[in-house]
Design a protein around this ligand. Structure first.
Ligand code: ADP
Ligand code: MG
Length: 451
């Protein structure tokens, strides 16, 4: 059984202990003569037992202070080992003093390169580390990750931490966290220079300095916010779907009775009243349409995925958009860069709706007239690209992020449901929709799987 180090060991026990530790160990007597060492120590400096034992330790080890100055202390020191053939090894040394039968012995345990490695690890760690002097409120150490996360320079070292803490309400909270005499791990999440940082407190041994790990959790935070937002949208979608059904049923009966009344007025020759009812019916149709869109968005219909000839879809939408375009002085151009017989895997009716929504938006974006180009192209990975290119005023960056959100609209009479529906349908089909926009206009690009 390996002997554990204890202060009551005799010389032999001490020697046998050295053999069982993995670190290099040397034992020196009061006169500075090496009385024992272990194998790791021999290997480290490449000398044999005979070459080491009985010689003064300074042949093998150089210390910054004289031996007289440091002996008598249980301490950590730094030194340089002199190995065979002149090789020098910088090392941290843990020195323990022991008295055996009235004689002083010094046990030196070597940790070569550790401080160097620790320094490098500290400097290049993939997370921030900062050490704060609690009493002086200064920075004792900081690595480059922490500097860039906190947005400070390395010359902040030994300066008051108050100088670079964010101002305002957070300032006090952070200061007391950095100075807190915590004995256990503590955490604080803060917003700092538009980043989210997580500070983890690790207690130090003496309580004079506090050490912090600093992680940049901005990405996680943004993801979390996005998730919350999506959940909210999903809830809105469910409520919308629920209410849509409830609205649709009474509407059907109102519509039916209004039709009866309209016919009655017609028979009686009440022209004015008949026109009022006509308006009411038109408005009900509008509500019905809106409710239909809501239902589609929140609970997509069963998909009927079959092979759809793209030219057929184009043929069906063209008369509708041509009419609209004519009204707004818009020229429509269809650019087939692929065979018009090409077939995609989709639900024909829903695909038509996607194309219509995109054309409608394009036309609405060109109130002063313009040109709508629908371009169909082949892509390598068995995909068809359909682009809807308008010469409208484009979509500002801030707006672009939101256009696929349900109910987001910049139009007075918009529903904000067109694009979310397109996105939903594309998702169901297994395609994709994307947008790019500039001041010259907007391009919506739809990717469809070919049959
Ligand atoms: N081609 C386009 N050019 C400019 N803006 C567009 C275009 N298509 C969509 N948008 C913007 O996206 C918003 C959302 O569109 P959509 O979901 O179809 O709802 P709606 O058309 O009812 O506003 C529009 O209000 C508009 O601001
Ligand atoms: Mg729209």
């Amino acid at each position: 059984m390996p002997t554990a180090f204890h202060f009551d060991m005799d010389v032999n026990q001490l020697k046998s202990w050295t053999e069982n530790v993995s670190q290099a160990v040397m034992i020196v007597n009061d006169c500075g003569v090496v009385v024992a060492m272990n194998h790791p120590f021999q290997r480290l400096i490449s000398y044999s037992v005979e070459e080491i034992e009985g010689r003064a330790f300074f042949h093998f080890l150089q210390l910054p202070d004289s031996f007289q100055a440091i002996r008598g202390k249980v301490t950590w020191i730094q030194g340089e080992l002199r190995a065979k053939e002149g090789k020098r090894i910088r090392t941290d040394i843990h020195m323990v003093q022991k008295q055996i039968l009235g004689q002083n012995y010094y046990v030196l345990i070597f940790y070569p390169q550790i401080s160097l490695m620790m320094n490098q690890w500290f400097a290049h760690a993939p997370f921030g580390i900062a050490i704060v002097d609690v009493e002086k409120e200064t920075l004792l150490a900081i690595n480059s990750f922490a500097c860039s996360a906190l947005g400070i320079q390395e010359d902040a070292l030994y300066q008051s931490i108050r100088r670079f803490l964010p101002k305002g309400k957070k300032h006090k909270q952070l200061l007391s966290f950095l100075k807190s005499p915590q004995r256990f791990r503590g955490r604080l999440e803060i917003e700092w220079n538009s980043k989210y940082l997580l500070l983890t407190f690790t207690p130090s041994f003496d309580g004079e300095a506090n050490c912090f790990f600093i992680e940049d959790v901005t990405k996680f935070k943004l993801l979390e916010q996005q998730l919350k937002y999506n959940n909210r949208l999903a809830t809105i979608g469910q409520i919308a779907a629920g209410s849509a059904h409830e609205i649709r049923n009474p509407l059907t009966s109102i519509k039916g009775f209004l039709q009866v009344i309209r016919n009655k007025f017609e028979q009686m020759g009440y022209q004015k009243e008949q026109s009022y009812v006509q308006i009411m019916l038109k408005e009900i149709n509008r509500i019905n349409h809106l409710v239909g869109e809501l239902l589609l968005l929140s609970k997509p219909k069963e998909m009927d995925l079959t092979s759809v000839q793209i030219s057929q879809v184009m043929k069906e939408i063209l008369p509708i958009i041509k009419n609209e375009a004519l009204l707004h002085n818009i020229h429509i151009h269809i650019d087939y860069q692929t065979s018009s017989h090409v077939e995609v895997l989709a639900d024909g009716k829903l695909l038509k709706q996607v194309f219509l929504n995109l054309c409608k938006n394009a036309i609405e974006a060109m109130d002063q007239g313009g040109r709508l180009t629908i371009r169909l192209m082949h892509r390598k990975k068995k995909q068809l690209v359909v682009e809807f290119h308008d010469t409208g005023s484009g979509i500002p960056e801030a707006v672009r992020k939101k256009i696929f959100d349900p109910f987001f609209t910049t139009k007075e009479n918009g529903t904000g449901l067109g694009l979310p529906i397109c996105k939903q349908i594309m998702k169901e089909i297994g395609g994709r929709i994307s947008v790019r926009s500039s001041k010259e206009g907007t391009v919506f690009r739809v990717l469809l799987p070919l049959v």
